[in-house]
Write a protein that binds this ligand. Structure first.
Ligand code: F6P
Length: 548
C-alpha cells in the first residue's frame, strides 16, 4: 500500500487537533444537544457510548477518512477471505471461522476450512458433554469434579478469563482450575485439596513445545502416576493442540486429542478447542452461544457502515489519542468482579498484537503504535490507581464496562456498582473547577488561609475521556461479543499502522535466553563466560544463596 495516501488525512487530523485547542468534552456536550444520541451505538445486548470521548463530528469524519485511506475495507475483505494477513509467519488469521455457526465455506489461503472446523468443534463439544455428564470418567470410574487446564498465554488466558466471567453458568458439580506459571507453586497450590482420581487434566498448547506448559504437564503427569499408577494417565489426561504428533508422543490417546490449526493465533484461540475447559464447565449449548456472540460481531464488523461500526470507532478513537495527543496508556475497568481477568486477557490480545515497531515492509514506524493497557475491576481500582486517572499528569482514556442485570444475588449492591461506574466516567469528564472547590469550602466555614492552601489539591482538571460499554447482562453471548469487538479493534488499528498484528517475535529472545541460562542456574560450577555484568553478578549471588 502506498502510505503517502495517508498524508492528507494525517495532516488534516493534526490541524484539527490544533483547532480543538482547549475545547473540553463538557463544551462538546454543551454545543451539541444530540451528542449522546449520535455518539453511541446499540447492538444486541451491548450499548457503546463514546460521547465522553474527546471527539466531535469533524474528528470522527477525519478519522474515518484515515481508515479509508489505509484501505480498511479492502484489508478487512482480505482478512475474511483468508488471505495471508500474517506475512511474517506466512499465514492467514481466520479465527472467525471458529465461530462461523452456519458452516458456510471460509477459505484459509484458498482451502475451505469449515468441514474441519465443524468436525473439530463437534468432537470437542461431544467430549465436553460426556465429561460434564459423567459418561467419560477417570481411571477409577469416578466422575470428574475438577478440570485443570495447563497452558499459558492464549492457551490459558481466554478460557481462564471466560470461566470466571461465566461462573454462574458453570455446572455446580465442576470446578475449573488454570495452571500457567512455570513457578511450581502454581501447580502445587492447584493440586492441594483436589482429588487426582476425579481430576481431568487438559494440556493446552498450540505448539506443544512451550516450556512452561510442558514442564507443568510433566509434573502433573508425575503426580497422577505416583498416586494412581502410570496406566491411569490415559484416563486422566487430554490435550488441545495444533501439533498432533507431539501430543501423541506425550502419550495422549487418539480420542483425547483435540485439534486446531496454525491459522488460529494463540491469543485468538479461545473459540477453538482451547475452550474445552470452558465448554465442559458451561456445556455445549452455552459454548455455542458464546461462539454466536463472536459471530454476531463478525457480521457487524463486515456489514455496518464504518461510522456506526463499533470496533472501527473503538480503534480510531484510540488512534486519535495515541497518535495526535500522545496518550500512552489505555485503562479497561470492568465494574464486574467476574470480569477481573478481562484486562489481563486484553493485555495479551492488544499488546502482543500491536506492540510492534516496524511496519509490514519491515520499516521502522514513525508514529506510536499499541498503547499500554491495564485495568482492574471497579470499584477496587477506584481505591488504587484512580487518583492518577483523575489528577495525575498522564491522561489515560478509560473503557468502562458494566452489566445492567446482575448475576449475583444482591440487587442493592449491584445498584451501587452501577452508580459508581457512571459516577467515575462523569467525574473524569467534569472534573471540579477551583472556583467550585473554594465556594464549597467557604460554605463549610473554612478559613480563607486554608482555602488558599487546600483548594489546588482538591481541584480536578476534568476533560478526561472515557467510553462506556453497557451490557444487558454478562452471559456467554455477550462475553463472545465483547471479546470479538476488541479483536476487531486490534485489527483495524493494525491496518492504520500497517503492522502485522498476528505475529509475536518480541517474545522469542527471552524464551531462548531462559533456555541458555537454565543450566547455569542448575549447575553452580558451570562457567559464567560471555554474559553481561549484571546477569553474571546476579547468578553469582543466586548460587551463593542457593548453597545455603
Ligand atoms: O507468548 C508467546 C506465545 O506464543 C503466545 O502467543 C501463545 O499464546 C503462548 O506463547 C502459548 O503458546 P502455545 O499455545 O504454543 O503453548
Amino acid at each position: 500500500m502506498d502510505r503517502s495516501d495517508l498524508s492528507e488525512p494525517l495532516f488534516a487530523l493534526e490541524a484539527h487537533r490544533a483547532d480543538m485547542g482547549e475545547t473540553t468534552i463538557a463544551d462538546l456536550f454543551a454545543k451539541d444537544p444530540q451528542r449522546f444520541a449520535d455518539f453511541h451505538v446499540a447492538l444486541d445486548d451491548i450499548l457503546f457510548d463514546f460521547s465522553k470521548h474527546r471527539v466531535d463530528r469533524v474528528t470522527l469524519a477525519l478519522l474515518l477518512d484515515l481508515a479509508r485511506a489505509a484501505k480498511l475495507e479492502k484489508r478487512r475483505a482480505a482478512f475474511f477471505a483468508g488471505d495471508i494477513v500474517n506475512p511474517t509467519e506466512y499465514r492467514p488469521a481466520l479465527h472467525m471461522a471458529l465461530r462461523n455457526m452456519r458452516g458456510t465455506p471460509m477459505q484459509a489461503a484458498g482451502f475451505d476450512v469449515m468441514p474441519e472446523v465443524l468436525a473439530a468443534r463437534r468432537a470437542m463439544l461431544a467430549f465436553a458433554e460426556d465429561v460434564r455428564n459423567g459418561r467419560v470418567r477417570g481411571a477409577t470410574d469416578q466422575m470428574f469434579t475438577d478440570i485443570v487446564n495447563i497452558g499459558i498465554g492464549g492457551s490459558d488466558l481466554g478460557p481462564a478469563m471466560a470461566a470466571e466471567a461465566l461462573s454462574p453458568f458453570i455446572a455446580p458439580h465442576l470446578k475449573l482450575h488454570f495452571v500457567a506459571n512455570v513457578d511450581g507453586a502454581d501447580l502445587a497450590d492447584t493440586l492441594k485439596g483436589i482429588a487426582l482420581e476425579r481430576t481431568l487434566f487438559i494440556i493446552c498448547s498450540k505448539t506443544f513445545t512451550t516450556l512452561e506448559t510442558m514442564t507443568n504437564a510433566a509434573a502433573a503427569r508425575k503426580a497422577v502416576a505416583a498416586k494412581l499408577g502410570e496406566a491411569a494417565i490415559a484416563a486422566q489426561f487430554c490435550a488441545v493442540s495444533a501439533a498432533p504428533e507431539e501430543v501423541a508422543a506425550f502419550g495422549i490417546a487418539a480420542d483425547r486429542r483435540f485439534l486446531f490449526w496454525d491459522w488460529v493465533g494463540g491469543r485468538y484461540s479461545v473459540w477453538s478447542s482451547i475452550g474445552l475447559s470452558l465448554a465442559i464447565g458451561i456445556g455445549a449449548a452455552q459454548f455455542e452461544e458464546f461462539l454466536r456472540g463472536g459471530e454476531a460481531i463478525d457480521r457487524h464488523f463486515v456489514e455496518a457502515p464504518l461510522a456506526r461500526n463499533i470496533p472501527v470507532l473503538m480503534a480510531l478513537i484510540e488512534i486519535w489519542y495515541r497518535n495526535f495527543w500522545d496518550y500512552t496508556a489505555q485503562a479497561v475497568i470492568p465494574y464486574d468482579q467476574r470480569l477481573a481477568r478481562f484486562p489481563a486477557y486484553l493485555q495479551q490480545l492488544e499488546m502482543e498484537s500491536n506492540g510492534k515497531s516496524v511496519d509490514l515492509a519491515g520499516t521502522q514506524i514513525e508514529s506510536a503504535t499499541g498503547a499500554i493497557l491495564f485495568g482492574e475491576p471497579g470499584t477496587n481500582a477506584q481505591h488504587a490507581f484512580f487518583q492518577l486517572l483523575h489528577q495525575g499528569t498522564e491522561i489515560v482514556p478509560v473503557d468502562f464496562l458494566v452489566a445492567v442485570r446482575p448475576t449475583a444475588a444482591n440487587l442493592d449492591q449491584h445498584r451501587l456498582l452501577l452508580a459508581n461506574c457512571l459516577a467515575q466516567s462523569a467525574a473524569l469528564m467534569r472534573g471540579r473547577p477551583q472556583a467550585e472547590v473554594e465556594a464549597q469550602m467557604r460554605a463549610q466555614g473554612v478559613s480563607e488561609e486554608e482555602i488558599a492552601s487546600l483548594a489546588p489539591h482538591k481541584t480536578f482538571a476534568g476533560n478526561r475521556p472515557s467510553g462506556t460499554f453497557l451490557l444487558r447482562q454478562l452471559n456467554p453471548r455477550v462475553l463472545g461479543e465483547l471479546i470479538a469487538l476488541y479483536e476487531h479493534k486490534v485489527f483495524v488499528q493494525s491496518v492504520v499502522w500497517n503492522i502485522d498484528p498476528f505475529d509475536q517475535w518480541g517474545v522469542e529472545l527471552g524464551k531462548g535466553l531462559a533456555l541458555q541460562l537454565a543450566p547455569l542456574v542448575a549447575d553452580k560450577n558451570a562457567p559464567l563466560d560471555g554474559l553481561d555484568g549484571s546477569t553474571t553478578g546476579l547468578l553469582a549471588q543466586l548460587r551463593k544463596w542457593s548453597a545455603r
